[in-house]
Design a protein. Structure first.
Length: 232
């Protein structure tokens, strides 16, 4: 997806903000990524930097972007729903977030065992293989990214687009907390459960897939609480 020069009968800042929203929601500008600089964007859009800044300020205010002085502007959330969930998780009990994540992952895994296509199974296998490779190489950032990609691929394979969207937004909201439980030395059981989940989906065993998915989230929850105790 590319940016298009605005038309002149609608406020420029609103048009630019809408286009940027689409780039974010489509994944062209992923959460956590740095967006192009003001000079580059203003030239591509054919508008002044003042109009561009107005659009960016609106998106920062909405919570979709984050301006980091001296560094640039980064994507903070994929949608306003993601922003709301960020705030809700930050202000609430992380235990509730784990419970909701468990429900979504359980149902997503069960549906994936029933509905996953060959292409979706291949995507799940690839994410798990890359996750294992990142663990073996000691690349923690890649390990976290591939672990999240694995779980998202499982939920997407369930074929329920609304469930997948809700899960993606919740995952963004608890990403920081989840990351704390994803070091490769945290639990050997976590490693085996990931492979068990893939096997259950491949073998079209929805109930077993749901049981394994629930066990994975519970193991992560226990690790998280243990680390909180250690840090106290």
């Amino acid at each position: 997806m590319h940016l298009e020069r605005p038309v002149r009968n609608v406020p420029l800042a609103r048009q630019v903000a809408d286009q940027i929203r689409q780039l974010i929601s489509s994944g062209s500008w992923p959460v956590g990524g740095k967006i192009p600089g003001e000079n580059e964007l203003s030239v591509e859009l054919g508008i002044s930097r003042n109009s561009l800044r107005e659009a960016l300020r609106a998106l920062v205010h909405a919570g979709l972007l984050e301006a980091r002085p001296g560094d640039g502007t980064y994507v903070r959330a994929a949608s306003e729903l993601g922003v709301t969930l960020h705030r809700r998780v930050g202000a609430g009990d992380l235990e509730e977030a784990f419970e909701v994540r468990s429900m979504l992952e359980q149902r997503g895994a069960g549906l994936a065992a029933e509905r996953a296509t060959d292409a979706q199974l291949a995507a799940i296998r690839t994410a798990l293989r890359q996750r294992d490779a990142a663990r073996d190489s000691g690349d923690e950032a890649a390990y976290v990214a591939e672990d999240l990609a694995f779980h998202e691929a499982v939920v997407q394979a369930g074929g329920n687009s609304l469930l997948a969207e809700l899960y993606a937004h919740l995952q963004d909201a608890v990403r920081t907390n989840i990351t704390q439980t994803l070091a490769w030395d945290a639990s050997a059981r976590i490693e085996s459960l990931h492979h068990d989940l893939l096997a259950a989906i491949e073998q079209h065993q929805p109930r077993h897939a749901e049981t394994v998915a629930a066990a994975l989230v519970e193991e992560s929850r226990m690790i998280h609480h243990q680390r909180l105790k250690e840090e106290a």
